[in-house]
Design a binder for this molecule. Structure first.
Ligand code: SER
Length: 313
């Protein structure tokens, strides 16, 4: 057990937050991990350990939970994702930025010791190279979500340099999980498709068949968070956010892997507004800084991911 540290997950009902909460509870014990969300928690999450309702844009609420539970590490997983953010730009900016400032300020004032905050491949834009995007490159995101994540990265770096805040971050690709559903993102198709396949339904994909995007299995994503947070402080050279990579695939390649398990499964492609978002993002990512600084290495490729999804679903 790690030296009695206490963890708060803000956004614990979400796709990453729910799996992260369970993993941290296995590692540190249920009472050392406080889950919180504005959404009502699932019965499963409630039964596991402490839960606090929280509005991530309300500093006083976060502060009182941090104090009451003696929290020293906060994982800020609450955010509005890319597709939803295009529908409500100002609301997305407010949620994504205000919550980050609150948590960074708690660290700046010494109320907490460590912060994890997820960034995204959405920080890249149409002028970024498409293939093997390096850590340092042109960043001109064209989505509200990407703008908020890029601004957030700059603030994380600023709070580290100026106030010595120990904030750590990863630029997540699309995440695929059997435990939880994504909501309001552009890479959501890669989870939805599995649920349609097991329901023996057909799937109408909102991206075109040849849209290649960086993707990652949730097991790898959670392990990346834990490894980054446990890495020695001197090894963390990047305080904006680390590029992180596992695999890249198109809807067609994913469909072809799934159909091996469900031969009668059918797919149709009907791109909607999310196609333009996907087209503005890279196809693949170079994560050599994460490899070098804290030893990152993914375990799941497309075949392993599909196999594991069907094992669990
Ligand atoms: N999965 C996210 C989205 O599609 C990207 O970070 O919005």
């Amino acid at each position: 057990m790690k030296n009695q540290s206490k963890h708060l997950i803000i956004g614990a009902s979400g796709q990453i937050g729910s799996v992260l909460t369970t993993s941290l509870r296995h590692l540190h014990g249920a009472s050392a991990v406080v889950a919180s969300d504005i959404k009502k928690p699932s019965q499963e999450l409630l039964a596991q350990g402490p839960f606090e309702p929280i509005d991530a844009t309300d500093y006083d609420q976060i502060f009182s939970i941090v104090k009451r539970h003696n929290i020293d590490t906060v994982y800020l997983m609450a955010a509005m994702l890319s597709a939803n953010a295009e529908k409500r730009p100002e609301k997305a900016w407010d949620l994504n930025m205000t919550s980050l400032f609150h948590v960074l300020n708690l660290a700046k004032l010494g109320h907490i010791k460590q912060v994890f905050w997820p960034s995204s491949i959405a920080v890249f834009g149409p002028s970024t190279p498409k293939v093997n995007v390096p850590q340092h490159t042109i960043m001109e995101p064209s989505t509200v979500y990407g703008i908020s994540k890029l601004a957030g990265e700059r603030w994380c770096d600023y709070y580290h340099k100026t106030y010595n805040v120990d904030v750590r971050s990863l630029r997540f690709p699309g995440l695929i999980s059997w435990q939880s559903m994504p909501g309001g993102g552009t890479t959501d198709y890669a989870v939805d498709i599995f649920h349609k396949a097991i329901a023996n339904a057909s799937y109408e994909c909102f991206l075109s068949e040849d849209t290649a995007l960086p993707m990652m299995y949730m097991d790898d994503a959670i392990r990346a968070i834990l490894e980054l947070m446990n890495a020695k402080i001197d090894n963390i050279k990047i305080r904006s956010s680390y590029n992180l990579s596992a695999m890249s695939f198109t809807p067609k390649a994913l469909y072809e892997s799934i159909v091996k398990y469900h031969p009668s499964f059918k797919i149709k492609y009907r791109p909607d507004f999310r196609q333009a978002i996907a087209d503005s993002w890279p196809n693949s990512i170079d994560d050599s800084f994460a490899q070098k600084d804290w030893g990152w290495s993914p375990k799941f490729d497309l075949d392993a991911l599909v196999k594991d999804m069907f094992k669990h679903l």
